[in-house]
Write a protein that binds this ligand. Structure first.
Ligand code: ADP
Ligand code: MG
Length: 712
């Protein structure tokens, strides 16, 4: 690394010419979903009765019938081959944070030993990958290293293309030999089922016949793009996904000129290709725009059923990375690639429908309003009682830089309802009429809610958990995180609160239902009112107020993971069959270990950069100044000598600080002490960033923020 490489990178970027994209004469979406084993394909490749059976399983209406597995497998293979696939893989989501795949060719030998292409029913339904190298948190000992992948028929198989071939991907759940969960999909499926049961139970109280519950998710994905030329000159980015050094540039995001700004042609070309790929996979990418920070962007899909939406988000992250690569860019999904400017999150828009009706939509009739208010009360209770568990699901080394840094919600969980809805529930609790309206009291199940304008509910971006008209938006999720963990918690705690309410409602005589419901909602909301906060979540005043209210403030990952070990939380998850036995404790182990490994890697690479790249240029510059000073003195250039001496003194001082910070971090890394490493890295960063502002620009080895954030 040197000035030459930095300037070379800039030169190369300046000379890059994206071919002017040729707009098609007409736009169409004929290719939408063409790489998905979807309903149309199923009807095309399977007999009518078999297609019906499979489709009803995919809709979650009935369990899979194993007898149709060979036919389904055959159909899948035929279709996949017709689209160029030679291999298949069970595609799963281990606790590494990403996805995993092990490809097998369709190749088999017939009895005579001749090659043939086949996919058996068994290969479709189960796989037995060696699980020993995936994190298990002690659930799996090496002598029983086998894991199982089990087909999830509710998420359709799809085809992933590469340069000269394609692979059939079969979404699967992943568990240990003894059936313990080792992945992020299984608990989602379990929690959706738990919530579905609880919703049906509640709706029965309202006299509704059993219907299908759908949990929906729309994850808004934020990301950064950086030119590959710069990326490879930053070992910190390559190894950790974030920059560990970098002085603040004069201009960063203070002019607020990037958000929703015109999208550069090069970025648009990238976005178009991403959308093409996503649409081909039936992933409904809808919205694209520039985000707040320079070189930061967002992609939002149309919401889908939760399990599918999570699979699709995992694929979206992968496709963002792959397509960026083809455009000479690197997609940074880290929560905080750059210090001092906004990081990236993933807003988790969540809702529940019953028989097609969104239960978080206040609706128009008194009956719909009553259901809505009951759901609302259940969610308020759930988040208040289990704020710690919800927070734990957002804990990660990367997200620690975001939560509470006044750019993303604080680490304190609270609910934003908006003024009007808060008025409604306060009126309910007070048993009085709402202000600004007729003077009579609103009776749940009899009166209609006043209309709640949607835009009035979405102005507060500082809240971690906001009601946005017909859904809740959980904003604490990190950009690189799977949405699985938060929704597993959310589904389960809401199921528990719905059961709590249903158990009381079931006891009410029919004639007293409305009055009883009113009293119950009043009680539940009053008891859990402390979790509602409509003010500015970034302020110190809120931190104090939250502490007064007794709300947990779990600032860092090690603290935030502790709720996973709380027997009360473990009992709750076990009651709903979401995490049983040692499953939650094992997750604690996995996530804690992941955190520690990441911090240690950061500490080590920070040291390497400081020693191998920064120190040499600083000492060289010092030597240069010393020589200059000598010459200045010898030649009697008095004023010049004074200036050089001043410079050398300043640089020497910073060098001493760098040296001390390196010593400090070396010690912390040797002792493997996490808080000490985090603190020492911060100190080292201050020293290095100060030097960046003193050392000859021509000698500075690392691409600077002003370059990475703006030159692309
Ligand atoms: P914003 O939050 O920026 O105002 P939108 O209102 O468009 O944006 O919604 C953001 C995300 O919420 C989108 O992915 C959208 O599909 C999703 N969404 C909308 N309605 C629902 C719903 N009922 N359930 C889940 N997600 C939803
Ligand atoms: Mg949003």
């Amino acid at each position: 690394m040197s000035y030459c490489s930095r300037m070379g990178a800039i030169q190369a970027i300046a000379e890059k010419r994206e071919p002017m994209p040729k707009a098609a004469a007409t736009a169409d979406i004929d290719f939408y979903g063409e790489d998905v084993f979807n309903e149309a394909v199923i009807r095309n490749y399977l007999s009518k009765p078999m297609a019906e059976k499979l489709l009803s399983t995919m809709r979650g209406e009935r369990p899979f019938e194993p007898s149709i597995a060979p036919a389904v497998a055959h159909a899948m293979k035929e279709w996949a081959m017709s689209r160029g696939a030679t291999h298949f893989t069970h595609w799963f989501q281990p606790l590494t944070g990403g996805t995993a795949e092990k490809h097998d060719a369709f190749l088999e030998r017939d009895k005579a030993g001749n090659p043939m292409m086949e996919l058996s029913g068994k290969s479709l339904i189960v796989g037995e990958p060696d699980a020993s190298s995936f994190p298990s948190g002690g659930l799996r000992s090496t002598f029983e290293a086998r894991g199982y992948t089990a087909w999830d028929p509710t998420s359709p198989a799809f085809i992933k293309r590469h340069a000269n071939g394609a692979t059939l991907c079969i979404p699967t759940a992943f568990c240990s030999y003894t059936g313990e969960v080792l992945d992020r999909k299984t608990p989602v499926l379990r929690s959706v089922q738990a919530l579905g049961k609880a919703v049906s139970r509640l709706m029965a109280c309202f006299g509704q016949k059993p219907q299908h519950t759908r949990v929906t998710l729309g994850p808004e994905q934020e990301y950064f793009l950086v030119d590959k030329e710069f990326y490879y000159l930053r070992p910190d980015l390559v190894q950790t996904g974030r920059t560990l050094f970098g002085a603040a540039p004069a201009k960063h995001q203070q002019l607020e000129d990037h958000y929703f700004g015109a999208i550069k042609p090069r970025i648009l070309a990238f976005m178009n290709e991403v959308e093409d790929e996503l649409w081909r996979l039936g992933i409904p990418a809808k919205t694209r725009h520039n985000e707040v920070a320079p070189s930061q962007f967002e992609l939002a899909p149309i919401f889908e059923e939760l399990n599918l939406a999570i699979d699709h988000n995992m694929l979206t992250m992968q496709i963002l990375r792959e397509v960026a690569e083809r455009h000479g860019l690197v997609c940074l999904l880290h929560e905080k690639p750059y210090d001092g400017i906004n990081g990236s999150g993933k807003h988790n828009n969540w809702s529940v429908t019953y028989g097609g009706r969104n239960l978080l939509d206040p609706g128009d009739t008194p009956q719909e309003n009553a259901v809505f208010l009951t759901m609302l009360a259940a969610i308020i209770r759930a988040v208040n009682l289990h704020a710690d568990l919800l927070r734990s699901a957002t804990a990660s080394a990367g997200n620690d830089h975001r939560l509470g840094a006044n750019e993303a919600p604080p680490a304190i969980l609270s609910i934003f309802l908006g003024e009007q809805l808060t008025d409604v529930i306060d009126a309910l609790v007070a048993g009085k009429s709402r202000k600004n309206t007729q003077s009579r009291q609103m009776v749940v199940g009899v009166d209609a809610l006043p209309p709640l304008p949607r835009d009035a509910t979405d102005r507060n971006r500082t809240s971690p958990f906001a009601f946005t008209g017909n859904k809740f938006e959980f904003r604490s999720v990190g950009s690189s995180q799977s949405c699985s963990d938060v929704n597993v918690v959310l589904n389960t705690i809401v199921a528990e609160s719905l059961d709590y309410l249903a158990a009381k409602l079931e006891k009410l005589p029919k004639a007293q239902f409305n009055a009883g419901l009113q009293a119950l909602l009043k009680e539940v909301i009053a008891e859990n009112r402390r979790i509602i906060f409509n003010g500015d979540g970034y302020t110190e005043a809120w931190r104090k107020e939250a502490a007064r209210r007794g709300l947990p403030n779990l600032r860092t990952t090690p603290e935030a993971l502790m709720p996973l070990l709380d027997p009360r939380n473990q009992a709750l998850m076990a009651k709903y069959g979401v995490f049983v036995g040692k499953e939650m404790a094992s997750r604690h182990e996995v996530f804690k270990e992941e955190y520690e490994r990441k911090i240690l890697i950061e500490g080590k690479i920070a040291l390497k950069i400081a020693r191998e790249s920064i120190e040499p240029v600083v000492s060289e510059q010092l030597l240069h100044l010393a020589k200059t000073l000598k010459v200045a003195r010898e030649t009697g250039v008095k004023a010049g000598a004074a200036a050089v001496a001043k410079n050398a003194k300043r640089l020497g001082g910073c060098y001493a600080e760098l040296d001390a910070a390196i010593e400090n971090l070396t010690l912390a890394v040797e002792e493997n002490e996490m808080p000490a490493i985090v603190e020492a890295m911060a100190k080292l960063r201050v020293a290095v960033d100060a030097l960046e502002c003193l050392v000859d620009d021509a000698k500075w080895p690392l691409p600077k923020y002003r370059e990475m954030l703006f030159i692309y």
